[in-house]
Write a protein that binds this ligand. Sequence first.
Ligand code: PXP
Length: 265
Amino acid sequence: MPPVPPLRLGVNVDHVATIRNARGIDKPDPVRAAKLAIEAGADGITAHLREDRRHIRDEDMARLRAEISKPLNFEMAVTDEMVAIALKTKPHAVCLVPERRQEVTTEGGLDVLGQHNRLVPVVARFTDAGVRVSLFIGADPAQIEAAARVGAPVIEIHVGAWCEAIAVGDRATADAEWQRIVKAAALAQAAGLEVHAGHGLDYETAEIISSLPEIAELNIGHFMIGEAVFVGLAQSVRDMRAAMERGRARARTAADQAKDHAQTK
Ligand code: PXP
C-alpha cells in the first residue's frame, strides 16, 4: 500500500461573487474571501469563469491570479474563448468542466470519451504553457481511461450524486455511489492520474471521502460559503480542515494496519 499523501483543500469563492452580483456593487469581494480562506488554511482557491459571467467575472480572475499567495484553479468550459482567457491568465491549474447556460451548477461530468479529439490539443496547449489540467468527470471507468488517454495528469471526480443521496437519506443510492467512487479513485491512481474530488461536499461527506488514500485534493464551495454566514469564513475553513484531517487519520490507520499485517505474514 503506497503512503497516504497529504490532502489539499481548494476553496471555491464563486458564491461570494454571486452575493456581490445580486446587489450590482463591488462587495463582498471574492478576492478578499480568497485571501481570508488562505490565511485560515486553504491550500488553493478555485473560481469558475462561466460563459454567462453569472458570478466570477474576468477582472476577478485576473485579480485572483495577481493577488493570492496560493495556487489558483481556474474552472472553465472547453470553449475557444475560455481557453484563450485561461492561457493569458496562466493559473496554476485549469479544471475543465461541462457547462450549460441553464444549469444551476455543474450538473454532470465532462464527456472525455466523446470529446477526445477536441480535448487532446487543449490539454497539450495548457501542458505546454505549464498549466496543470484537471478533468471533472463522473466516477466512470470508461471516462477515467479516456482522461488518461487525452494526456491529462489529474481528474476531479464529481461526487455530487453521492453527497445528494446522503443529504436526503437515500442509503441504497449513497452506498452504490460510494462504491463507484472507491473503484474510480483506485482505477485512476493505477492509471497514473492524480485524483481530486468535488461537488456538494459538506463536513460529513468531506470527512468520509478524506479516508480514501487516493484523493489528493478536495474542491469545496457552496457549503463553506453558506457556513460562513453563520460561523465566519475562517472558521468554516478551519472546521472543514478538521473534518478532512479526521478522515485522513482513518486512511493512515488503515495503511499502517495493512503494513503491519504484511510484515507479520
Ligand atoms: N469542483 C467542480 C469542478 C465544480 O464545478 C464545483 C462547483 O462549482 C465544485 C467543485 C464545488 O462544488 P460545491 O460548490 O458544491 O462545493
